[in-house]
Every structure is written in C-alpha cells, then in structure tokens.
Design a protein around this ligand. Structure first.
Ligand code: FAD
Length: 539
C-alpha cells in the first residue's frame, strides 16, 4: 500500500503538480503577448508570419531549456525530527524522486517526539499532543495510514504551591461559571484573541498549496497577519492580553500556568509564541496511535530518504569546477567522513549551548549570534501519587489527571500528568491515583530525591530526559534567518516565532518551496505581497 500512496503524492501532490503548472502558467502569457504585438503591427503576410512565429517559439523553448538550471542531484538534511522528516518529504514532492536526499541523525528518529518504555508499554516523553487544526500533521497521518489515538479525558487543576487555585469539574457549564466567577469575561477575551490569530495563521496552508515561500520568518508572519503579527514577536503575552482587557489575576493564575507548563517561561515571552501555544492548549487535541514519532519514521520511509546515523560536525562552503557545493562533514563513533551537496537544510536548533555544527568559509560568518535554548526535564515516574501534597489526604478522592503550576519560583515542577500509553485498547482506562500509575513531571531542573518524595508516596522507576526544549525568548533580540547561504537553509529558525510540532512542519514546507523556487529562479513565488488577493485570483 505504501508505494501506491507515495506515487499518488509525487504525481498529484501540491509540489510537483504545481511545479509543472507553474512553468506553463507563467511563461505562456509572455509568449502570447509577444505574438499579439507582432500580429497587431500587421506588416508581415500571414503564412510567413506563422513561420517566423513557429521559429521564434522553437528558439524560445531552446533558450528556456538552456536557462533552466539542471535539478539538484543531492540534498542533505541535518536532523530527523518532524522538521527534518517533513522537509525530506516536501523536498521530494518539489524536486521529484530522482534527487538523492540524505538525512543525518545523531540520536533517534523523531527528535523531541520520543517515547520511553515502562513495564513493556511506551509513553510519550516529549511532544504529546497535536491540535485538530494542525493540517500538515493531519495530512501526514492520513498519507501514512496511521491512526488517531483514542483520547482518555481527565480533569486538570492549577496549583500555586499552597493550594489549588482553579479546579476543573465534570460539568462544562460549571467550569464556565467558575471561570466567570473568578475572572469575569477574561477567558472569552482570550478565546477571541487566540481564534483571531489562528484564523490568520491558517492562511499559510493556502499560500503553501499555491507554491508560495518566504525568505524570512518576518515575511512569513507579515503575509499572514500584517505588521500586527510581526509586532507580536516583539511584545509580551501579558502586554497584549492586558490591552485586550484580560485581568491581571487571570494572567497570573491561568496564562502563567499554561506558559510555564509548555514553554517553562513566564508571561513576558512574545505574544505570537504565546498565542500559538494557547491555541494548542484549547480545542480538540489528538495524538498518533503507537506514538507521535511514527510520523517521522513513516515520512522518511515513504520518501526513501537515505537516513545516515551520524552527527554532522561541519558544513564547509566549497567551490568545485565553478560550482558551489556544501561539504557536510560527519562523524559516527570515532570515524569521520564527508559528502558534497547542492542544497543543505539544517533542521535542528542552533543555539549557544549546542555549538555542534561549525560553518566554515562563509562570509559573513554563520552562527555568531545565536540565542539560548530553555532546558526542560521530563521525568516519567511509575509510582503512587502523594495526593496529600495537593490537599487530598485520601488518594481515592483526588480527581485530577493533570496539575499545572503557577509562576511561583519556589515550585520545583511545571506540571504533573497521569499519562496513558501510546497504544490504548478499547477497554483501557486511566489508572486511579490510589493505584501505581505512570506520571510525567516536567520541570526546569532535574528532580531531586526530596522532590520525588514530595510528589510520590513511593515509586518503582524514574526515567529522565533533559530536552533543549524551547528558545529562551528573552535571549535573542531578533528573529533568526532562514537563508544562511544561497542554498543553505535553517528550518528551525521558525522556533523563534513559536515552537510546536506543526510550526516545524509549516517551516519544512516553506523551506522546501523556498529551496525549489530559488533553485529554478521562480522569484514571483517568493516574498509576494497581497497574497490573499493573489491566491483568490489564481483560483
Ligand atoms: C517535553 C516537550 C513537550 C512538548 N510538547 C509538545 C506538544 O504537546 N505539542 C507540540 O506541538 N509540541 C510540543 N513540543 C515541541 C515539539 O516537540 C517541537 O517543537 C518539535 O518536535 C520540534 O521538531 P524539530 O524536528 O524541529 O526538532 P527536533 O525534534 O529537536 O529534531 C532535531 C533532530 O536533529 C538531531 N540533531 C541535532 N544536531 C545534530 C547533528 N549535528 N547531526 C545530526 N543530527 C542532529 C537531533 O538529534 C534531533 O533528532 C514539546 C517539546 C518538549 C521538549
């Protein structure tokens, strides 16, 4: 079944199909307008006229064939998370199956989408949920024949270190009433703000379906939401929300907890990143049956990308026989090797703490001005919750599956979740707090023994992963570039606007289109203004 699905995509997919349509669509009017001008002069007899036209057309076709650069032969992608896997897939859609795509991965396929095993069952240790409006992820799951995982619902509460400041109940109306009682209509204002941002953000799918690409993150945001979106990367979530009339108390109790849980950062992070995250926190969320990382391995298999288990150490600009090539130097164990590529995509964050990729011979130098990444530690604990810590001496009465921490610096954790395995049968039920359950604790630093004793009465196992999780938004003044050199692209720069699985997938499609449009000099498909209007007239 897999090859069948792929052949449909490669022939009928947006990339290759649009590539063909694009040539015809843009060149044809030039030729016909030339024809029209000559005929309107009316000085050449019709038959001779026809012959001249035919000869000219043939000449134009020959010139065009000579002008069109040969397609790239080899492309390297560094990183096999969702960004790297998706870009391999989109690159093949654009350039066709003849281009060789090598994907370098130093760790596991999936990157920040990963699982750990507890008692022979796998649990998500990194990215756990996807929003229903994440259309690239939805497409991938369909394309790969994967399934949505059944959602096991559970209630949440917010903890400020001393008490629960907000508790979800089983009743939707009661939840609304509580929100209104505590915070007035702040939650409605928040919802309207997030929906407005999402509505504009969703334009990206249309632009990308028409083959449009952006050379900077600024341009991408500007095309979606004008200067307002660009400004949202420079002002804080709290500033934006206060301006909308959201109360300070709602920001302190609810928004701070949501941002701490997800980004491990305060409400001073940029409002665009905040809005994307808050959109992800509400609405329908889903995950992939068997684990979210299956999307990455599936896309790489489908693309028939050549996955090389190695760490890329250097990218060196080389000029060979008048042609610019990128030499990718990599290392497996102690062995070093290198290969030459026409195009290179960096699909892993470059940041101060991880200067593992050096860029040589580039002028101006690359990677001098990097921001920092925020570390988040995920501890997957199999044990008995100490519900007394949250004010419930009897664990049977503890009704929550999730606890979110407010922005209290003395709290040692960001969130605590009673998690379900990546494969859930029809009869599966979430473990009760009086039973030994699997809990995912997110924190800024590693949990010490004392912390574990505070949260758990006893435990069987703890599995710790320390993630360079998100950009530390206060550490960079401006958004980082996408184009590092002519055909060297930095996919993960999108994270400085906002981070999520879907943001990486959007960046992957943008980089694939950008690489294609630049390679074949389709300038009219890069950084175009008034795209909403353009797309409407192209319909
Ligand atoms: C704990 C946690 C929870 C999260 N929860 C969610 C969530 O619920 N929903 C959501 O949408 N997002 C979530 N995210 C964010 C999401 O996981 C990321 O935005 C997304 O997975 C990034 O994918 P990526 O491919 O761009 O980068 P990565 O997944 O980081 O992939 C980069 C890959 O490059 C490899 N690499 C790095 N350097 C080299 C080198 N020199 N040579 C070769 N390979 C290299 C790495 O090993 C890695 O596999 C979460 C993140 C974390 C850490």
């Amino acid at each position: 079944m897999a090859p069948e699905v792929w052949s449909t995509t490669s022939q009928g997919g947006a990339g290759s199909a649009r590539g063909g349509a694009y040539h015809a669509g843009t060149r044809e009017p030039e030729t016909s307008s030339g024809r029209f001008t000559m005929a309107s002069h009316g000085q050449t007899p019709p038959r001779a006229h026809l012959l001249i036209l035919t000869a000219m057309a043939a000449l134009q076709v020959r010139c065009r064939a000579q002008d069109t650069p040969a397609p790239p032969q080899r492309i390297a992608v560094v990183g096999a998370g969702i960004g790297g896997s998706a870009v391999a897939h989109f690159l093949q859609q654009q350039f066709g199956p003849q281009v060789q795509i090598d994907v370098y991965e130093k760790g596991s396929i999936g990157g920040r989408m990963a699982t750990v095993t507890v008692n022979n069952l796998q649990y998500e240790s990194g990215s756990s949920s996807i929003h229903s409006l994440n259309l690239h992820m939805q497409d991938f799951v369909k394309l790969l024949g994967l399934k949505h995982r059944r959602e096991i619902t559970g209630k949440s509460a917010i903890f400020n270190g001393e008490q629960l400041v907000l508790e979800e109940t089983d009743w939707y109306l009661l939840n609304l009433f509580r929100l209104w009682w505590h915070y007035g209509i702040s939650f409605l204002r928040l919802q309207m703000w997030v929906e407005e941002v999402m509505e504009k953000f969703m334009r990206i799918y249309k632009y990308q379906a028409y083959g449009y690409a952006f050379s900077t993150v600024d341009e991408l945001l500007r095309s979606l939401g004008g200067e307002h979106f660009v400004n949202m990367t420079q002002r804080s979530v709290s500033e934006s929300l206060l301006e909308l009339g959201v109360s300070q108390r709602f920001i302190d109790d609810v928004i701070a907890a949501l941002l701490r849980t997800s980004y491990g950062q305060p409400v001073s992070i940029p409002s665009f990143a905040g809005a994307i995250l808050l959109a992800g926190a509400q609405g329908n969320r889903w995950a992939v049956e068997g684990g979210n990382k299956l999307v990455c391995s599936g896309l790489l298999k489908q693309t028939k990308a050549n996955v090389i288990q190695a760490e890329v150490m250097e990218v060196v600009l080389q000029g060979t026989e008048g042609k610019v090539l990128y030499q990718v130097k990599h290392q497996v164990d102690d062995e070093q090797a290198s290969d030459f590529y026409d195009i290179v995509i960096i699909a892993t964050p470059l940041h101060k703490e991880q200067r593992n990729i050096a860029f040589r011979n580039f002028e101006p130098p690359i990677g001098e001005d990097l921001g920092s990444y925020q570390h988040t530690v995920s501890s997957v604990v199999h044990g008995y919750l100490n519900s007394s810590y949250f004010g419930f001496p009897d664990p049977k009465l503890f009704p929550f599956a999730s606890i979110l921490a407010t922005d209290n610096p003395s709290l040692f954790f960001n969130s605590l979740d009673n998690i379900c395995p990546v494969n859930v049968s029809a009869s599966f039920r979430r473990k009760q707090p009086q039973e030994a359950a699997v809990w995912k604790v997110l924190s800024q630093g590693s949990l010490e023994k004392q912390h574990l004793k505070t949260l758990f009465r006893s435990y069987y196992s703890v599995q710790v992963t320390s993630w360079p999780a998100y950009p530390e938004y206060s550490s960079a003044k401006a958004l980082t570039p996408i184009i590092l050199h002519d055909n060297l692209f930095y996919l993960s720069s999108i994270e400085w606007a906002a981070t999520s699985v879907e943001m990486s997938a959007v960046a992957a499609k943008n980089v694939a289109l950008l690489a294609y449009n630049r390679w074949f000099q389709h300038q009219d498909k890069i950084d175009q203004k008034d795209l909403m209007q353009k797309v409407k007239t192209e319909l």
